[in-house]
Design a protein around this ligand. Structure first.
Ligand SMILES: [Zn+2]
Length: 298
């Protein structure tokens, strides 16, 4: 403990207030109806982390790297097959290192009509970086994705949803349309930087709508999958049902090396079938949902 630094309970009001207000949710973007007069929008996303979750901490475990390779060899093709059969577009967030390891995979994702967004260089944590380093990595990541697929990304998801004090400023400077890493709502909202609207829209995520928290495991720690696939489907379905009832946005975050297994991929398929059976549901990429919400919210 630094005796010169006051404790949080000694902070003057303006100090904790400036921390809270640095990045904040502004106006809600909630269209009365979604595209094609749909009552509810469904935005599915897949984070193609593959080997980068091992590499980002300097790891060289051949076993865990093979787990990452599964994401590309089996997970992504299986996901693309489901999405193609139901004609559902989705968003894939791809670290630059993944794109360099698997350029053909990214081109296939884009050729199938899906979106690719920025997901860091090597899945690094932004909060550990200087402004200059974070900005450099984000710009180079966007360049690599564009060089790989021919499409410049318009959105980002920070690796591990880790947001530094500089992340929003960099997104604004890069002219990104949206971020999808924060949790202040279930509907889209505009991000405020120190109280000022940025024009950057948030597509909010949540741990309850993320496959990894239920299924992830670590051989050398106590972390083990604790929820059966049927229960994960039940949670996702209830999240969708309520979003549909409210006429809002239903967003999911999944990972090819987590959801891609034979005992789990049915969750993606069943959620799509359940949502489609309602009739008035619009399946959209995150970018398309943002675009619609921006143009049709009062
Ligand atoms: Zn990730």
């Amino acid at each position: 403990m630094d005796p010169k630094q006051p404790e949080p309970w000694q902070w003057p009001d303006e100090h904790w207030r400036s921390i809270v207000n640095h990045v904040r949710a502004g106006r809600t973007l909630r269209p009365a109806r979604w595209k094609d007069n749909a009552r509810c929008a469904v935005a599915l996303s897949f984070d193609s982390d593959h080997e980068t979750t091992e590499l980002r901490d300097g790891g060289k475990s051949i076993g865990r790297l093979s787990w990452g390779q599964y994401g590309s060899r089996v997970g992504v093709p299986r996901i693309l097959d489901v999405l193609r059969r139901y004609d559902v577009p989705a968003s894939f967030y791809v670290p630059a290192v993944t794109a360099r390891l698997y350029p053909a995979e990214q081109r296939r994702v884009v050729d199938d009509g899906h979106e690719i967004g920025i997901h860091g260089w090597i899945h690094e944590l932004n909060s550990g970086l200087s402004y200059e380093t974070e900005r450099d990595l984000m710009q180079r990541s966007a360049d690599v994705l564009e060089q790989t697929t021919g499409v410049r990304p318009v959105g980002m998801r920070t690796p591990s949803w880790d947001f530094s004090p500089h992340t929003l400023r960099i997104a604004k400077e890069m002219g990104l349309a949206y971020d999808s890493s924060l949790m202040a709502d279930e509907e889209c909202y505009e991000l405020l930087l120190d109280g000022e609207p940025t024009g950057v829209i948030e597509v909010p995520v949540e741990w309850v709508r993320d496959d990894a928290v239920y299924f992830w495991m670590n051989r050398f720690q106590s972390q083990r999958p604790y929820t059966p696939p049927s229960d994960v489907f039940d949670i996702f379905r209830r999240e969708f049902d309520r979003a549909y009832q409210e006429g809002g946005l239903f967003q999911l975050t999944m990972h090819p090396h987590v959801i891609g297994y034979r005992s789990r991929i049915w969750i993606v398929e069943e959620i799509i079938r359940h949502a489609r059976a309602k009739g008035d549901v619009w399946f959209a990429t995150h970018a398309a949902a943002v675009d619609w919400a921006k143009q049709h919210s009062t």
